[in-house]
Design a protein around this ligand. Structure first.
Ligand code: TRP
Length: 502
């Protein structure tokens, strides 16, 4: 048995692994993105494509990532390199563009949540939260290329966020990651449970819920609805991030791969539907309190969390401060447990390949991550975030996942991985899974990709200048790809395939 296998960290408990994986999956996206998508895409009818996407793409891919990490006992680069030495770059690319892309702005959004957590104590957003958020808090500049100043308030909370990221990761897999999630996840469930039951009692909540869940089946004819469902499943389950592979590599030999994958996926998706009940009860209340139709008060993503919610919180007759504190506190917790997961995925990649000490890697990484995040705390931060998010999630994640399926499906043979999974799991996967990984998932993702590309070329995303889209969006992907190729070209301290020989 190689030294590396001996020293590989392991989860202390099974529930510790489950909670960490669920913590990664449940993030900001569950609370602000899912309810809005549901509303926009036919209400309750959206649950049909959403759960279909969960069954045909989400769960099979989750099983693939958990099974692969478990079998190869390595991070994404190590696992892909064991399959084929030409596949290693893909693993690096995934963890590089998430670590030096998605998480840079994701941590800034967590910082905004932290600022708003404190604002809740005296409802600092006043009577016009829209103006407060965009003009007073972010002071958004006129274009992405006009960067302006760093917002010190945001920089301050960003420092706290990266300090927490660093601290949890520094302490290690068992003592940091596992313990943090064992504390965070139950707390998150309690907080969100309180918020949902509280808001169900608001006047007007029924109307809100009926708009959220009333099925409009005619919307299912629109391909966009299906594309939204499939892309959301990906992002929400943290698939294609290299995270689940790394987390599964710390599992003990005897593990329930299939059952765990199903539990993680379902818990995440039910959490989304559940949180949506609260979000729409609040919007229903706000519509009633301001005598407006619900369509007027609903808004998406950032607008939902930082404009609509503050507005609703101010309107609450009692304990409004407390409601705000609980809401923004929940967002901070949900966000942190996701951001630490990618730091772990990246760290395990570097440690697997170069054998640098974990604590040094984590420290350097967090300082680099913090520095990289600073650009998103400037006045152009919101615009940069919008562009980077669009390109990294719509293209990076999707292309990465297509290649991942093809690599495992055609260069490794899904059958071999399936045998490994079935040997140790009580719940088995059948040949339908092979079909899904080799053909169905890549096909669905390619359709999504083509659709996004068509839209991309028909009009510049978000009305930004083409130059800024190229520099901030496309080039970010190309640059991270370039880095991935360089890292993949370096030699291994211990060749990845020898790690598995006993
Ligand atoms: N699944 C998370 C969500 O729904 C997103 C996420 C998971 C994430 N891990 C991450 C984002 C790491 C950035 C970095 O919000």
């Amino acid at each position: 048995m190689s030294q590396l296998v001996h020293h590989r960290a392991q989860w202390k408990t099974h529930i510790g692994f489950l909670l960490a994986a669920i913590g990664s999956a449940i993030g900001l996206g569950n609370i602000w993105r899912f309810p809005y998508l549901c509303y926009k895409n036919g209400g309750g009818a959206f649950l049909i494509p959403y759960f279909i996407a969960l069954f045909i793409v989400g769960i099979p891919l989750m099983i693939l990532e958990v099974g692969l990490g478990h079998k190869m006992r390595g991070s994404a680069p190590a696992s892909f390199a064991t399959i084929n030495k030409h596949g290693e770059w893909l693993g690096w690319w995934q963890i590089i563009f998430v670590m030096f892309g998605i998480v840079l702005y994701y941590s800034v959004v967590i910082s905004w949540c932290l600022n708003f957590f404190f604002f809740s104590f005296n409802l600092s957003w006043g009577v016009d939260p829209n103006n407060f958020f965009f003009k007073d808090f972010l002071v958004v500049s006129s274009s992405p290329l006009n960067i302006g100043d760093v917002r010190t308030q945001i920089l301050f909370s960003l420092t706290i966020v990266w300090f927490l990221n660093w601290f949890i990761e520094f302490v290690g897999v068992q003592k940091g990651l596992e313990r943090a999630n064992k504390f965070f996840m139950p707390l998150l469930f309690i907080l969100v449970g309180i918020l949902v039951f509280w808001s169900l009692g608001f006047p007007g909540s029924k109307q809100g819920l009926s708009v959220y869940l009333k099925p409009d089946f005619s919307r299912l004819k629109d391909p966009r609805v299906w594309i939204d469902a499939f892309s959301q499943i990906f992002f929400t389950l943290s698939l294609g991030f290299g995270i689940m592979i790394a987390y599964a590599s710390y599992l003990p030999k005897k593990s329930q791969i299939v059952k765990d994958s199903i539990v993680i996926s379902f818990t995440n998706c039910f959490f989304s539907v559940f949180a949506g009940l609260g979000v729409f009860s609040v919007l229903g209340y706000m519509a009633k309190a301001t005598s407006q139709p619900l369509e007027k008060v609903v808004s998406q993503s950032l607008g939902l969390a930082f404009v609509a919610f503050p507005k609703a919180i101010s309107l609450l007759p009692a304990f409004s401060h407390l409601f705000g504190v609980l809401f923004f506190g929940s967002l901070v917790i949900a966000g942190l447990s996701s951001s630490i997961s990618i730091i772990e995925a990246f760290t395990s990649g570097i440690v697997d390949k170069f054998h640098y000490p974990r604590r040094v890697v984590v420290s350097v990484l967090c300082v680099a991550g913090f520095s990289g995040s600073i650009i998103f705390t400037t006045q152009a931060g919101l615009l940069w975030l919008d562009i980077a998010d669009h390109f990294l999630t719509q293209y990076g994640l999707v292309i990465g996942a297509i290649l991942e399926c093809l690599l495992v499906g055609w260069f490794y043979r899904t059958q071999r991985l399936r045998e490994h999974i079935n040997n140790i799991s009580s719940l088995k996967v059948n040949r339908g899974w092979d079909f899904s990984v080799r053909l169905l998932i890549p096909l669905v993702l390619i359709i999504i990709l083509i659709n996004s590309l068509i839209k991309e070329f028909s009009s510049p995303y978000g009305g930004y200048s083409v130059l800024s889209l190229i520099l901030i969006g496309r080039d970010w992907l190309i640059f991270t790809l370039f880095l991935a190729l360089i890292v993949a070209g370096r030699t291994w301290k211990i060749e990845p395939h020898t790690r598995l020989q006993h």
